[in-house]
Design a protein around this ligand. Structure first.
Ligand SMILES: C=C1C[C@]23C[C@@]1(O)CC[C@H]2[C@@]12CC[C@H](O)[C@@](C)(C(=O)O1)[C@H]2[C@@H]3C(=O)O
Ligand SMILES: O=C(O)CCC(=O)C(=O)O
Ligand SMILES: [Fe+2]
Length: 326
């Protein structure tokens, strides 16, 4: 394609049609976490979209802003300095390559492991005390939000939180991952009607993810009819995604949402995402209360460790749950 041949900067990055203003999702469920109606609203959004915007979550704007500023400072370092925090796998700085199976996107990122108390000292965080402090403060706050959301999900489903395993994401040995993504503006494609893929379409393998971004849009979700819609950005809100493991726990009642990021041709997007996963040995199977009249699970039994291994051996856009369907 002429566009690709004349723009080596985006070589190997898949292109997407640029979003139109009309693609913005007007039906976005917005949940006020401080309201008594939150549990029902969350369960409803998870059944219909696997996705919702969360407001009045209690995390101070300063906590979010500090981490964003530190991330911007890190991503503005010379490339050689950033590369010293790499490679991305198992944890560290990465650029353009996503995963280990050939996926590419117009982004750079930090992939970090979180232990149950704080950010793991063993992981490759940039050696900057301010960044580390901002990360620990933010992660402590966002984990609490994740637990409150999972408790509300249980309540919305009419299940006691302990039965719904809402403590899974903070239990000893839980597998929590944190990622900071930076999508630089992709000037090369400006005005061409197409955009670079920032992060290709996928579902999250974990239970839930809690995302916060700066004011630059780019995130899109697929509705259940397959239509892609753009999520209007809101730097004060969180966006919660249902992951594959939660789809299985609810026997398909909550849907893991397909999503992707389209790079902007003019503005940088910075996003930070907390991925809540259980311990490696945790069995992932539908909650008995959700099995319904037939008592039949839609999925084969597996542990989170088994699912994660299969996920990391797959390409980003693969349908990972398909092989675990009965
Ligand atoms: C291509 C891949 C990147 C990914 C691991 C995988 O093999 C398939 C799942 C991808 C994903 C999506 C959600 C999260 O961003 C992530 C950290 C995760 O747990 O699963 C990424 C993985 C990654 O970037 O390594
Ligand atoms: O950066 C974003 O806004 C979303 C990225 C994403 O979906 C991911 O990192 O899994
Ligand atoms: Fe994602």
């Amino acid at each position: 394609m002429v566009v690709l041949a004349s723009t080596p900067a985006v070589d190997h990055i898949p292109l997407l049609r640029s979003p139109d203003p009309g693609d913005y999702f007007s039906g976005m469920p917005v949940v006020d976490l401080s309201s008594p109606g939150a549990p029902r609203a969350i369960a409803d959004a998870c059944e219909r979209f696997g996705f919702f915007k969360l407001v009045n979550h209690g995390v101070p704007a300063d906590t979010m802003g500090r981490l964003e500023s530190e991330a911007v400072r890190f991503f503005s370092l010379p490339q050689a300095d950033k590369d010293r925090s790499g490679p991305a796998y198992p944890f560290g700085y990465g650029s353009k390559r996503i995963g280990l199976n050939g996926d590419m996107g117009w982004l750079e990122y930090l992939l970090l492991a979180v232990d149950s108390a704080s950010l793991s000292g063993a992981c490759a965080v940039p050696s900057c005390a301010l960044f580390r402090a901002a990360l620990n403060e933010y992660i402590a706050a966002v984990r609490k939000v994740a637990v409150r959301v999972m408790e509300a999900m249980a309540e919305g489903l009419g299940i006691a939180a302990v039965d719904a395993r809402s403590g899974m994401v903070t239990a000893e040995g839980s597998d929590q991952v944190f990622r900071v993504n930076h999508y630089p503006p992709c000037h090369a494609l400006q005005g061409l009607g197409c955009s670079a893929t920032g992060f290709g379409e996928h579902t999250g393998p974990q239970l839930i993810s809690v995302l916060r971004s700066n004011g630059t849009s780019g995130l899109q979700i697929a509705l259940q009819n397959g239509q892609w819609v753009s999520v209007p950005s809101d730097r004060d809100a969180f966006f919660v995604n249902v992951g594959d493991s939660l789809q299985v726990l609810t026997n398909g009642r909550f849907k893991s949402v397909k999503h992707r990021v389209v790079a902007n041709s003019l503005k940088s997007r910075v996003s930070m995402i907390y991925f809540g996963g259980p311990a490696m040995t945790q069995r992932i199977a539908p909650l008995p209360q959700l099995l319904g009249a037939g008592g039949q699970s839609l999925y084969k039994d597996f542990t989170w460790g088994e699912y994660k291994k299969a996920a990391y051996n797959s390409r980003l856009g693969d349908s990972r749950l398909a092989q675990f369907h009965r």
